[in-house]
Design a protein around this ligand. Structure first.
Ligand SMILES: [Zn+2]
Ligand SMILES: [Zn+2]
Ligand SMILES: [Zn+2]
Length: 324
């Protein structure tokens, strides 16, 4: 019998709700929708009992069996019951619909219940979504009845969630640190480019002896960094304090040292002290400074990355020394 003919035929069994109400239905439709119902029908006396959900949820369930559709209103009201039923009766399509529907409807009030149900119904995606939701709003969720109930009745799950939150915090801290480090390496690599440019072409206030610099000169494209660097160089040159004790001098010295560490052309490099520092570092290298070496590697790669990010034409100009 095809579906339209079937709908006009007499129902041949009943679904019995927990309250004892009977909903007439067609065995063929139920059996084709769910392998579990197929087995139940075989062994039942034309009455299939549904347990543990309100009558209206059974009605919504039957509506899905017939139409493969579930209204938003049914999802609002019976989403959790429908998820349980879809799991028990192995209705893949309804289960997916409920996982999505309940995930979208997670709230401070219901998240703990949905999370527990997701775990029972073997819905890992929904479980994860709920744990993340809970983690982000834990302050509010821990005041709910649901959380208190879970604490009293399922300490293992509570522990599992708290562990997840701890791991999540660690992950976030790591990401923050990586981002901050990345910013630092980029800033330093930009400072290296500017230092080379100031010492080779000169910027507004500082430049090599043979280049005339002055306030009349136009600020360059990296002027934000160049300006601070020029101030630092001027300070370094004129400062009379003991170099090791003056913070700006120390910073400038680190930049010279960094330039020398990543410089690829010591012989022609115009950055002051480049060659000298290199020779000195070669001597000191035998002692080894792992942290410094990591910094040098990271800044060098940040510099290479920013170079690769340039359009090809600009890259060729830079290689030829026509840049800036
Ligand atoms: Zn400049
Ligand atoms: Zn100083
Ligand atoms: Zn150099």
């Amino acid at each position: 019998m095809d579906a339209p003919t079937l709908l006009f035929s007499e129902p041949d069994l009943y679904l019995q709700t927990p309250a004892g109400n009977r909903i007439p239905a067609h065995a063929t439709i139920l059996a084709s929708a769910s392998p579990v119902l197929q087995n139940v029908i075989k062994s039942s006396n034309r009455i299939v009992k549904i347990h543990g959900v309100p009558d209206a949820a059974v009605t919504a369930f039957v509506a899905f069996l017939y139409s493969a559709r579930c209204t938003e209103e049914d999802m609002d009201k019976y989403g959790m019951h429908l998820l349980a039923l879809s799991h028990v009766y192995m209705l893949k399509q309804l289960k997916q619909r409920c996982i999505k529907g309940l995930g979208d409807r997670a709230s401070t009030e219901n998240v703990v219940d949905v999370l527990q149900l997701a775990r029972l119904c073997d819905a890992p995606d929904l479980y994860l979504k709920c744990v993340k939701y809970l983690t982000n709003r834990f302050k509010a969720v821990k005041e709910t009845e649901g959380w208190r109930f879970l604490q009293n009745h399922d300490p293992c799950l509570e522990l599992e969630i708290l562990r997840f939150m701890e791991e999540d915090e660690k992950r976030k801290r790591k990401t923050r640190k990586r981002r901050e480090d990345g910013r630092l390496y980029t800033e330093l690599s930009e400072a290296m480019v500017c230092l080379e440019h100031i010492c080779t072409e000169g910027c507004t206030e500082v430049g090599p002896l043979e280049v005339e610099v002055g306030r009349g000169r136009e600020p360059c494209s990296k002027f934000g960094t160049c300006q601070g660097l020029q101030n630092l160089i001027r300070h370094f040159v004129t400062c009379e304090r003991v170099k090791g004790r003056c913070l700006p001098c120390k910073r400038m010295w680190q930049l010279f040292k960094l330039d020398s560490s990543i410089c690829l052309r010591h012989d022609s490099c115009k950055v002051p002290l480049c060659r000298k520092i290199r020779l000195r570092m070669e001597e000191e290298k035998k002692k080894g400074d792992a942290r410094w070496e990591v910094l040098v590697r990271k800044v060098a790669s940040a510099k290479a990355m920013s170079f690769l990010a340039l359009p090809k034409r600009k890259r060729v100009e830079e290689i030829r020394g026509e840049g800036q």
